[in-house]
Design a protein. Sequence first.
Length: 265
Amino acid sequence: MTSLAFPRLAGVVAAVALATVAGCTITTSTPTTAPVPEGMTNACVGGKLRFAAGFKPTTPVSFVGFRTETTTPRTVVGPGTTEEAAWTAVITDDSVGNPCAGSSDVTACLKRFDSLRVLGDQCAGLPIVPKSFGLGLAEAAAADVAAPGSGAAAPMQPGNCYVEGLLYTRADDIAAIRTIDEARAFFGVIDSPQEALYLVRLSGEGLTCAEGAPAAYRALPEGGYEIQSTAFGRCGGLVSRKILKVTPAGVISVVSQSTFVDCVR
């Protein structure tokens, strides 16, 4: 296993500084940047991580891509005060191909594709139904759902959920990839940086396109990839920077890691 030395962080001051930022007191100089290590490539394109175009599934598919699912609580018109979560789904531009292309019954296939929900049947105890189903009164307080990709949390109330799921179609087959094991089975050999990056994201490691601390990668001579993962704390400082190795079999391990103190209350 090889390790990759981190370049010196510019602007790191050795002196202890005291400052109050957003209710936090910074007790040590904390780096806010993680430059792309030498030999690595910035994984972000136009300030975003994009995966689908680099996926090479072990069995070809007609479509693979990401779809956002959002629910908004509403009160059903009629007797009583029944509430439900109105569901909408949008295919993002991080997608390749056409859903259900090559299916023996495209209409039926698309109907199943449209009804597939990564969110499941409930959101915080409320039944999920398509937004176009039935009649409802939208609750004004629930209308302010965080924009996909904004990094902001949706309002904390029952019936308000959001997820971005990976879906694919292959002839008449339709499926969602929910776990890292399902992703490994779908990809087979990990032979593209996008596959390695996506496995890292599914593992729970931080991948960001924040200026000065982007996700990055490099191919290894023996196969597989090294990935830079970064995470920030509640006061905005860099708290973790890792170099992770992803083998051709999709096994993830830590090559090196640096941690920093962000702030204390």
